[in-house]
Design a protein around this ligand. Structure first.
Ligand code: IPM
Ligand code: MN
Length: 355
């Protein structure tokens, strides 16, 4: 029997992060009881509050500890009291980079057609996964200013794309499309007509790796067209692979066609190391402390976390419980309009899992 005790680091973070993570942990406890696994949780108070009080963003010692965990469960990072970028780059991006979480896996699943803003689209139509490269591109922080604050100012922000980084991401996406076994189609989302260096590397690598996956249809769409098709014919997509920046943008669009930020989850994956799971909606300062935010995105992220640990039955149960609560109970998926409080939605999902 494998040891089914997992070390889980919990970073509630900023804004509504702690409120949604609390519900996720409630569901975790329930799932552990039902499916007979154990976990040891370690909480980390990273975020705006700690930064304001101590000037510490992400101590090296914490990174070291996180590397020894089985998974990380993250709420949200971002605090309006702190200059934009400090916490996002210093905590979230730093963790993605330091832990080499080179895949950002973002499923776009519509649980209930009532919540799709697209006309006449059903649950079958909105069911795809975005594989976003997570450690390179415009996110590397390469570039700089010259003659800052003068009329001659120049600001340069470079997109770094390495063969190794692109290859491992594309290969993961092909492998994922194969395991997913649905439409067996992988679409590279790029901009080969303008970004003729970066996406030339992506395109060449994509079709090279495609040769190892003859059963998967390899397709290509420019990023602007991808946005159009996501709205017009989302049913065309199965798995989309793209770079860091485009992946960031198209997954917000993806979130809204699946019903909103309240339900969108993602995993920052290092398939050989420690992965981190999070709701993708951010810290939502205006709803903080009101017990109105939708915790389902965080609960879905927990489902993905359980899946990554090999607790597939538990992961499946969480996903089904969410689906059921969405279908049978919620009035909308939006904060404050669900017909239930944050805590109540967590209770409903936990009850659905049963004991
Ligand atoms: C996301 C977020 C982050 C990103 C921000 C907060 C740095 O928007 O996870 O999509 O751009 O990756
Ligand atoms: Mn984003």
């Amino acid at each position: 029997m494998p040891d089914r005790t997992y070390k889980i680091a919990v970073i509630p973070g900023d804004g509504t992060g702690p409120e949604v993570i609390r519900e996720g942990v409630k569901v975790l406890e329930k799932a552990a009881g039902k499916f007979n696994f154990k976990y040891e949780e370690t909480y980390y108070d990273l975020g705006g509050e700690r930064f304001l009080q101590t000037k510490e963003v992400l101590p090296e010692s914490v990174i070291k500890e996180l590397k020894s965990q089985d998974a990380i469960y993250l709420g949200a990072i971002g605090d309006p009291r702190v200059k934009p970028g400090i916490l996002e780059k210093g905590i979230l991006l730093k963790l993605r980079f330091e832990l080499d979480q080179y895949i950002n896996l973002r499923p776009v699943i519509l649980y209930d057609r009532r919540f799709c803003p697209l006309k006449d689209k059903t649950e079958e139509a909105v069911d795809f996964v975005v594989v976003r490269e997570n450690t390179e591109g415009l996110y590397c922080g390469a570039g700089g200013f010259s003659r800052k604050n003068t009329q001659s100012e120049v600001a340069i922000q470079e997109s770094i794309n390495t063969y190794k980084g692109v290859e491992r991401c594309v290969r993961f996406a092909f492998e994922y499309a194969k395991k997913r076994n649905k439409k067996k189609k992988l679409t590279l989302c790029g901009k080969t007509n303008v970004l003729t260096f970066a996406f030339d590397l992506w395109e060449r690598t994509f079709y090279k790796v495609a040769k190892d996956y003859p059963e998967i249809q390899a397709d290509y769409a420019h990023v602007d067209a991808t946005c159009m098709w996501m709205v017009k014919s989302p049913e065309w997509f199965d798995v989309i692979v793209t770079d860091n920046m485009f992946g960031d943008i198209i997954t917000d669009l993806g979130a809204i066609i699946q019903g909103g930020m309240g339900i969108a989850a993602g995993g920052n994956l290092n398939p050989q190391g420690v992965s981190m799971f999070e709701p993708i909606g951010g810290s939502a300062p205006k709803y903080t402390g009101k017990n109105v935010i939708n915790p389902l995105a965080a609960i879905c992220a927990l489902g993905m976390l359980l899946d990554s640990l090999g607790e597939t039955e538990a992961a499946f149960a969480v996903e089904n419980a969410v689906k059921k609560v969405v279908k049978d109970k919620l009035k909308t998926l939006a904060a404050g309009k669900m017909g239930y409080s944050t805590t109540e939605v967590g209770d409903l999902v936990a009850a659905e899992i049963g004991s």
